[in-house]
Design a protein around this ligand. Structure first.
Ligand code: COA
Ligand code: AMP
Length: 630
């Protein structure tokens, strides 16, 4: 079947389409129907089914005779080690961990926060929760104690599973002290923690509260999979919104399994026995969907990579991993390729490896700039698939579905809408615009299975953030256009979210931290264009009247404050002091205009501006910081 036929089949009978996809999942009780629309505009899928995600990701493959196949390969150029875990081993390890958690009182519906680096135990922790019906919430290791504390207070976990440390090139990330600080600062206290001690740094455990990963499992009864309802939350994953409070994206179990399984064959062309690699982190949605659940549900081998595209040890690392583990489909962020391209512009290191196993490269997480896509096409001579999605959707909204049909690639476009997504480009009034016209991108409700049904403990915020602006639609927060052939072009965010090295960050959250500095009266954070990372945050600070401390000192303290409060991942290093910020007459800071000045783009002075002279002052300050770049 061609893509257009598959898409048309979905459109003609969405419920039939997803019921058929659901046949690929093992159910304890199959769903009686697909869509549950009684609570519209809040929708659910397969709510009356009973099943277990860990069973589908692990046990069923052992039962089907795949027990000796590798489920996980851990490849760490940082520790110079590679290790494989078969499906049978994975089942036993996960059942034992789940048994130990159960013995300490963790059960269905309890939340468990996971704060771990890129080691297989992170996946085992996720799967152990799924086995019990506990709801995991993974927090990215690059976040600081404060961000972890915010998530602890929102998720109210019964337990936290962490590692003693993470390893960044040339630096040990001391997870345990960060965890201790977060628990100290949080109002909610978990009943206990489980710490995986890594040999690179053994952490001090607090007696009675902290348990060591191995001894904690001694003598426990392994746990069986607990069947849960289709609409039981599998996990909550926090993502950046406009304000400092992160949004807890909820994922229901059944739709998650059905949709992810569908994507593995149809989008990534991966089947049981194939090797799939997503070079992301378990702390992001890509890690949840395409390092952990989707490849395992499909019975493939997944790679857990602890390293960077460059510097661990060089720009050939990705190609080595692909060669050594015979990767068939590879998924990374454009920023990683830009880092490689910068060090190896001619792609010479690619030639040092035999990467014939590789059939396609997938890119997502940020806009794939045409230069990077063309570089990859030239040097890999493979389909390079830009595909577009979000934490909220959990799987691609638009892609080139290689497992159905390889469509023509249009560089700069993540291709076409996937079944399940009726994508619309709307004007401010919510009316569809003509092809080629820029607008807000929205998706007609209901969203497909596997996407967010709501936000954790925040249904009002869910409605306000996503469903109110364009009634009957989900607002993606992205702007772009569609061409005459139905290809989408994703150009920018419509909110204050920025994308730094493929990481989604909130400028609002950074502003809240900067505003807490005693000398800062007012501030704005904007995302300026960066050749490597796509965007970089830049802070403009207005100081309190009478502050006569050196500006450099205040800037350095602000940089440190953001690193300490949000984390190194914010990559907040650029800031300057200005006298005033440009605003509209109603007091709204003109961030978009400042971005244009910093990026050297043409701009119109907004008609609503209060005092246009401030823009000249901003231009001078940005120039002193090196923006626009020469
Ligand atoms: N734990 C602790 N710290 C982390 C971290 C983690 N898991 N991940 C990143 N950091 C730190 C880095 O060490 C760095 O700290 P520094 O300021 O002390 O140098 C900071 O956060 C910024 O990290 P990053 O944005 O990754 O920049 P970098 O300069 O270290 O590397 C790239 C640049 C392009 C190589 C890197 O950003 C990269 O590989 N990006 C791809 C990201 C990706 O795959 N995203 C997928 C999302 S779908
Ligand atoms: P996240 O939730 O972290 O996955 O970030 C999602 C956001 O990243 C989207 O809303 C887009 O702004 C951006 N994004 C992700 N993939 C793409 C892509 N292929 N092209 C353009 N932007 C993308």
């Amino acid at each position: 079947m061609a893509y257009k036929d598959v898409y048309a089949a979905w459109k003609n009978d969405p419920e039939g389409f997803w019921m058929q996809a659901a046949n690929a999942i093992d159910w304890d009780r199959p769903p009686s129907k697909a869509l549950f629309d009684e609570g519209a505009p809040i929708y659910e899928w397969f709510s009356d089914a009973m099943g277990n995600a860990c069973w589908n990701a692990v046990d069923r493959h052992v039962e089907a005779g795949r027990g000796n196949q590798l489920a996980i390969i851990h490849d760490s150029p940082i520790t110079h080690s590679t290790k494989g875990i078969t499906y049978a081993e994975l089942r036993d390890r996960v059942a034992s961990l789940a048994g130990a958690l159960r013995a300490k009182g963790v059960g269905k519906g309890d939340r468990v926060i996971i704060y771990m680096p890129m080691i297989p135990e992170a996946l085992e922790a996720m799967l152990a929760c799924a086995r019990l019906g506990a709801i995991h919430s993974v927090v990215f290791g690059g976040f600081a104690a404060h961000e972890l504390a915010v998530r602890i207070d929102d998720a109210k976990p019964k337990a936290i599973i962490a590692a003693s440390c993470g390893l960044e090139p040339g630096r040990v990330v001391h997870y345990k002290p960060l965890l201790d600080k977060a628990i100290e600062h949080a109002t909610h206290k978990p009943a206990f923690t489980v710490i995986f001690q890594r040999e690179q740094e053994v952490a001090k455990l607090i007696e009675g509260r902290d348990f060591a990963w191995h001894s904690f499992q001694y003598g426990v009864e392994p746990a069986e999979c607990v069947p849960v309802e289709g609409n039981h939350p599998a996990y909550v994953l926090y993502t950046s919104g406009t304000t400092g409070a992160p949004k807890g994206v909820v994922r229901h179990t059944a739709g998650h399994m059905v949709a992810l399984n569908w994507t593995m064959k149809n989008i990534y062309n991966i089947e049981a026995g194939d090797v799939f690699w997503a070079a992301s982190d378990v702390g992001w949605v890509v890690g949840h969907s395409y390092i952990c659940y989707a490849p395992l549900i499909a019975g493939a081998t997944t790679i857990v990579f602890e390293g960077k595209p460059v510097g661990t040890p060089d720009a050939g690392t990705f190609w080595r991993v692909i060669q050594n583990h015979k990767v068939k489909s590879f998924f990374t962020a454009p920023t990683a390729l830009r880092a490689i391209k910068r060090e190896d512009p001619e792609g010479k290191l690619i030639g040092d490896y035999n990467i014939r196993s590789l059939q396609a490269l997938f890119l997502a997480g940020e806009r794939a700039d045409p230069d990077t896509v063309k570089w990859a096409q030239r040097h890999l001579r493979l389909p390079v698939v830009d595909h577009w999605w979000q934490t909220e959707t959990g799987w691609p909204i638009a892609a080139n579905p290689l497992g159905i049909e390889e469509l023509e690639t249009k560089v700069g476009s993540p291709s076409v809408a996937m079944p399940g997504y009726d994508v619309q480009v709307l004007d401010e009034g919510g009316h569809p615009v003509a092809p080629g016209t820029l607008g807000a991108i929205a998706i007609k409700l209901p969203l497909p299975p596997g996407t967010l049904p709501t936000l954790w403990n925040a249904e009002d915020r869910f409605r306000k953030s996503y469903l109110t602006q364009f009634p009957g639609h989900y607002e993606t927060g992205d702007a772009g256009y569609v061409d005459e052939d139905g290809y989408l072009y994703i150009m920018a965010r419509t909110d204050d979210v920025i994308n730094v090295a493929g990481h989604r960050l909130s400028t609002g959250a950074m502003e809240e931290v900067l505003a807490s500095h005693p000398d800062v009266a007012e501030c704005a954070v904007i995302g300026v264009a960066d050749e490597l990372k796509g965007q970089m945050p830049l802070g403009l600070l207005c100081l309190n009247k009478g502050t006569n401390r050196p500006h450099e000192a205040v800037v350095a303290e602000c940089v440190k404050l953001v690193r300490d409060q949000i984390g190194p991942v914010a990559a907040f290093k650029l800031a300057c002091v200005v006298d005033r910020l440009p605003k509209t007459r109603s007091g709204k800071i003109l961030r978009a205009t400042m971005v244009k000045i910093a990026d050297g783009q043409e701009f119109k002075i907004p008609a609503t501006i209060d005092d246009p002279a401030i823009l000249d002052e901003i231009a001078v300050a940005l120039k002193a910081l090196g923006y626009p770049e020469a």
